[in-house]
Write a protein that binds this ligand. Structure first.
Ligand code: PLP
Length: 346
């Protein structure tokens, strides 16, 4: 059986009770003798289950946008991130966080996975935990949309509501307090400070983009929320080719309707945020995003979320400033969970 984390691959030979470890990009295998950690791996049915779920994560299509926007010399692409378990970009970090916690012995069926999230990460955790049989507690602001709450409940998550006035920062404080009170019960995933978050994009999203564009990408554009998507992808792309320009997006105002986006000037800055990987920050307004939702539906035949449309708005701003290049952005999810907004637009 093979199991891999973001940095290592384990080959587990149950008969010989031996484990071999290698780095992801290293062909040498080192044997590791049977010890406590290895027995956790060998006897842990979760390892096989989590490995199987891996086939449902990542490898999303890259769409070339030709009708909603066209400019000679420019190729514009978007990663359609709803094509995976949980139907959003957050399948990647949720999976990586859970997998690394299992491999490191921090999460088992005897513990509850705990985190603060008002949306996609919670749904991705819930979908993965449902398949693994791991109980899940999600702290979220009470005003999170009914569609999200229904999805979370459907996948069996326990929901703890926090004050709408405090947003996701309040939900984070609640999750941390619960974990501090009862460390034996919970594994607190803490997506804002968990290195597995950006590593999922470093090893997954960035590589896919590089291969899907045959290395021709010149500009990467994406929003900052927990900052995992942007940081992990931009870091790996820059390492592959330092000439690739990386443009981070922020909401134009602190109060905005872009689900998953954080205004880093006013919100609590995530611990994993690393400002060294963006060349530039551009602002996008919620109204611009709504316009692009409409344009995209009419010209490309896809109903995308306000967040995806805002990423498109940012990518188009970049396209308007250059004469030639290959721009890639991320579409974190489609419009399926946003009926409250979509009903007002059409
Ligand atoms: C719809 C949507 N857009 C953008 C983001 C931002 O991604 P990240 O948290 O990786 O910065 C998220 C994160 O939850 C999201 O759900």
């Amino acid at each position: 059986m093979y199991v891999h984390t973001v940095e290592r691959i384990f080959y587990i030979n149950k008969t010989l009770k031996q484990i071999y470890i290698t780095g992801l990009h290293d062909s040498r295998w080192s044997p590791v003798f049977f010890n406590r950690m290895n027995s956790t791996l060998i006897n842990n049915p979760l390892m096989e289950q989590i490995d199987e779920i891996g086939s449902l994560i990542g490898n999303t299509p890259l769409l070339e946008i030709k009708h909603a926007f066209h400019k000679p010399g420019i190729r514009l692409y978007a990663k359609l991130e709803w094509h995976q378990l949980g139907e959003s970009v957050k399948a990647r970090p949720a999976y990586q966080i859970i997998k690394d916690a299992i491999v490191n012995g921090n999460l088992s069926k005897e513990k509850r996975l705990l985190d603060a999230t008002s949306g996609n990460t919670g749904i991705a955790y819930a979908a993965i935990c449902a398949r693994l049989g791991i109980p899940l507690t999600i702290c979220l602001p009470k005003n999170a949309s009914e569609e999200r709450k229904v999805l979370l409940r459907a996948f069996g998550a326990e929901l703890i509501y926090t004050s709408p006035m405090e947003g996701t920062d309040g939900a984070q404080a609640k999750a941390k307090a619960l974990a501090d009170e009862n460390p034996a019960l919970y594994y607190y995933a803490d997506q804002y400070n968990n290195q597995s978050n950006w590593k999922a994009h470093y090893y997954g999203t960035a590589r896919e983009i590089y291969h899907q564009t045959q290395g021709t990408i010149t500009h990467f554009v994406a929003a900052l929320g927990t900052t995992g998507t942007f940081t992990g992808t931009a870091k790996k792309l820059k390492e592959a080719n330092a000439q690739i320009a990386t443009i981070a997006l922020q909401p134009e105002t602190a109060l905005h309707g872009l689900e998953g986006w954080k205004d880093l000037e006013t919100a609590k800055v995530p611990g994993i945020y690393d400002p060294s990987w963006h060349d530039e920050i551009k602002a996008v307004s919620t109204l611009e995003a709504y316009d692009w939702v409409k344009i995209f539906a009419r010209r490309e035949g896809m109903l995308i979320s306000p967040s995806s449309a805002a990423n498109l708005a940012g990518a188009v701003k970049v396209a308007e400033e250059i004469d030639e290049g290959t721009i890639v952005t991320i579409f974190p999810d489609n419009a399926a969970k946003y009926s409250e907004v979509i009903n007002t637009l059409f």
